[in-house]
Design a protein around this ligand. Structure first.
Ligand code: PLP
Length: 402
């Protein structure tokens, strides 16, 4: 049986070229980069190569602007907590309702336990941020704006550059969680108003447990972890040498494959969406049709349950993910889809297929062939579905685009 991994926004496979290159750094060159002896070999130099590679991927001017961390979550937390620490007089934060929990949980904590005011900027049906609400929330009371570059569930890309310029005009620091954007779309921070940016290795074919935070030169900064002098004292803790070297290689490969990602991967994604929608009624694609990651397809199948779809997809070797999370025993649709006002009957049946440069035509064809009968089978069992289609039409949602 064919199998198709369509969950690359959750995590990617480590590129075999990367794996091969880093193995000796576990077994032969395992020394601590801070040690004087030769067991570290050239590992210190390799960390600096990796920094240069990440610098090139992001279009960053100075190598000192890249700090290696343990993950995207650490980068996000560090950025926000640093911005708050250096500006104790500013007690407000701006973010969006559709951020990853790495931002939302922290903001919730800061609001409940530290007395900060958080502005959660809403989005519309296509997941687009309200620029009016954003402009209204900006003021000299705000310490930091944190807006994701691209959404992990729908792939919707926010106009972060415009938003960063608006923040800058008010003297407000701007952070972006670019964990899903880095490696998929070209970035150039040299020409940017963005002050801080988070990325994560495992989303771009490096291993889990390594990330980076970009901090623009001249931006005041307060470390989260204190201890040794690693990362110029900005992130203490012995470096994840293999992870960092892998991230550097992943950055090189991402640069190399950027055009492929935006042409071939996009074409495969579009074919997957079109192939499914052509066969399945009452289904639609979520997200901004114009500004969307090339690899992400969020498809709502109305009147059925996402978890059941995933289970049946998994039986035919297809790995995808649903937008819903199990909260206290009740299946709640994801906060992203709810924020977009997608009706419950559709939000519940939403599946995210996320591709990568490793996705093949055969994978996409397999998904196109296997998904429609699964949807049909589940709808036959659905209490909302009758002999002639949906019974419950009150909530019927006209597709925004096909
Ligand atoms: N931010 C976004 C948008 C993500 O999609 C993720 C991972 O799913 C993260 C942050 C967290 O990254 P990490 O798993 O490296 O902590």
């Amino acid at each position: 049986m064919h199998s198709a991994y369509m969950d690359n926004n959750a995590t990617t496979r480590v590129d075999p070229r990367i794996l091969e290159t880093i193995l000796p750094y576990f077994s032969t060159y395992y020394g601590n980069p801070s040690s004087m002896h030769s067991f570290g070999g050239d590992v210190g130099a390799r960390l600096e190569d990796a920094r240069a590679s990440v610098q090139a991927l992001l279009g960053v001017e100075h190598d000192s602007e890249i700090i290696f961390t343990s993950c995207g979550t650490e980068s996000d937390n560090t950025a926000i907590l640093s911005a708050l620490a250096i500006q104790p007089g500013r007690r407000e934060i701006i973010t969006s309702v559709v951020e990853h929990p790495a931002i939302l949980s922290l903001c919730d904590h800061l609001e409940r336990h530290e007395g900060y005011k958080v502005h959660y900027i809403p989005v519309d049906r296509l997941g687009r941020i309200s620029m009016e609400a954003y402009a209204a929330a900006l003021s000299e009371r705000v310490a930091v704006v944190s807006m994701m570059y691209a959404n992990n569930e729908t792939g919707t890309i926010f106009p972060v550059e415009t938003m960063a310029r608006m923040a800058k005009a008010q003297g407000v620091l701007f952070h972006t969680d670019a964990v899903q954007a880095v490696g998929k779309i070209a970035l150039n921070l040299r020409e940017s108003a963005i002050d801080m940016l988070s990325l994560s290795g495992h989303k771009l074919h490096a291993p889990k447990g390594v990330g980076a935070l970009y901090v623009r030169r001249g931006t005041r900064y307060r470390p989260l972890l204190r201890g040794g002098h690693q990362e110029r004292g900005r992130r203490a803790g012995t470096e994840n040498t293999t992870g960092i070297i892998a991230l550097g290689l992943a950055a090189d490969l991402a640069v190399e494959h950027m055009a492929y990602e935006n042409t071939m991967v996009r074409a495969l994604r579009d074919r997957l969406e079109a192939g499914i929608l052509a066969q399945v009624p009452y289904a639609f694609v979520n997200g901004d049709p114009e500004h969307r990651l090339p690899n992400t397809a969020s498809i709502s199948f109305e009147y059925i349950e996402g978890e059941a779809i995933l289970m049946l997809l998994s039986r035919v070797g297809i790995a995808a993910s649903s937008g819903s999370a199990c909260t206290s025993g009740s299946l709640e649709p994801s906060h992203v889809l709810r924020a977009m006002d997608i009706p419950y009957t559709a939000a519940h049946g939403t599946i995210r297929f996320s591709l990568s440069r490793e996705t093949t035509e055969a994978d996409v064809d397999w998904v196109i062939a296997q998904t429609p009968p699964i949807i049909e089978q589940l709808r036959r069992l659905s209490p909302y579905w009758g002999a002639n289609g949906p019974i419950l039409t009150d909530n019927a949602f006209a597709p925004v685009y096909a």
